[in-house]
Design a protein around this ligand. Structure first.
Ligand code: HRO
Length: 314
């Protein structure tokens, strides 16, 4: 057997000992939850998407696990950005990057938050969420290419830390081109592909009812079911974006093989959401071991030796 494979990667100029870390969403809302991520094998700590003010979110039940994944309509429950800004200093104890997710309810809110984060060196990077599907009355900015450009123009006038964006999944090839054309015009450090597939519907045939309360049962779909869509988005943006923009894969990762597939499609790091919710922070060590064993078996010493090297059949 060749020597153990390295899972190390670099995102937005920050070294990560492992390319696996949490998706913004499950168990990253409170200081205790963030501490648990800090103490785990996750390569970074990413906070729950923050709004200007604290939010209770949508009524419960608002997260349900299914045999193939999950449906959620959390509605951005979070402690408000000041809480996650304050946490940045505490995160330093874990010796790994702390990324803050920002999801203002308006362009102005996003600008106010970004300005307030400036000069906080304990925030390694910002993940701007352009794709929350669950706030009634608020469209997903990432599906509006003009609005995405308008927002990014304003953001880059003020942002201090490296900034990436979390995108919704795209399904039509011209949409990938249109979003890539926007993103390539800005000094973006990374894109995270993908957020949940918005506005799915899960039906319980016993009760003949929807399974979550908000929005008449409509919610974001995550887990196994979305992996092919996530891989397609990782692959497309890997081929369309500037080389200096890292791709972070997110969607359907519950084994080392799933993470391997994301990296093969072009991901420099891989986030875990539904499986983290199901298994807890131990998932990072387990999936890391599985990924490392697979890499070792295939003779890949590190991520870069197979990143993006997906073969086609033509
Ligand atoms: O809080 C949520 O309802 C939520 C957010 Cl912000 C998001 O980005 N993606 C998602 O599936 N749920």
């Amino acid at each position: 057997m060749p020597p153990a494979a390295s899972l190390a990667t670099t995102i937005a100029g920050s070294p990560l000992a492992s390319c696996l870390y949490n998706a913004s969403g499950p168990v990253c809302s409170t200081a205790d939850e963030l501490d648990a991520l800090g103490g785990s094998d996750a390569g970074a700590i990413l906070s729950k998407s923050a709004t200007l003010e604290k939010r209770a979110g949508n009524p419960e039940p608002r997260y349900v696990e299914t045999s193939w994944g999950s449906i959620n309509s959390m509605g951005l429950p979070n402690e408000g950005y000041r809480y996650y800004l304050d946490y940045a200093r505490r995160a330093q104890a874990f010796g790994k990057p702390y990324f803050m997710s920002v999801s203002g309810l308006s362009h102005d809110d996003n600008i106010d938050i970004i300005k307030a984060l400036a000069r906080e060196e304990a925030i390694s990077a910002i993940e701007l969420n352009l794709s929350c599907p669950n706030v009634p009355g608020k469209p997903q900015t990432g599906y509006d290419f003009d609005q995405s450009r308008v927002l990014l123009e304003r953001i880059f006038e003020h942002v201090d830390q490296p900034l990436g964006v979390k995108l919704p999944p795209y399904f039509d090839l011209p949409h990938f081109d249109m979003m890539a054309a926007v993103l390539n015009d800005f000094p973006i450090a990374f894109v995270t592909c993908v957020n949940s597939i918005g506005n799915g519907l899960v039906v319980d045939t016993d009760t003949e009812s929807v399974v979550i309360k908000p929005k008449s049962g409509f919610g974001g779909i995550g887990g196994d079911f979305i992996k092919p869509t996530a891989l397609a988005n990782v692959r497309k943006f890997y081929t369309l974006l500037r080389e200096d923009i890292a791709i972070i894969g997110c969607g359907g990762v519950k084994t080392g093989t799933d993470a391997f597939e994301h990296i093969l499609c072009g991901a420099s790091a891989v986030q875990i959401g539904t499986q983290l919710m199901r298994e807890g922070v131990g998932c990072f060590a387990r999936i890391g071991r599985e990924l490392s064993t697979l890499m070792q078996e295939k003779g890949y010493p590190d991520i870069d030796s197979f990143k993006g090297k997906l073969k086609s059949l033509d």
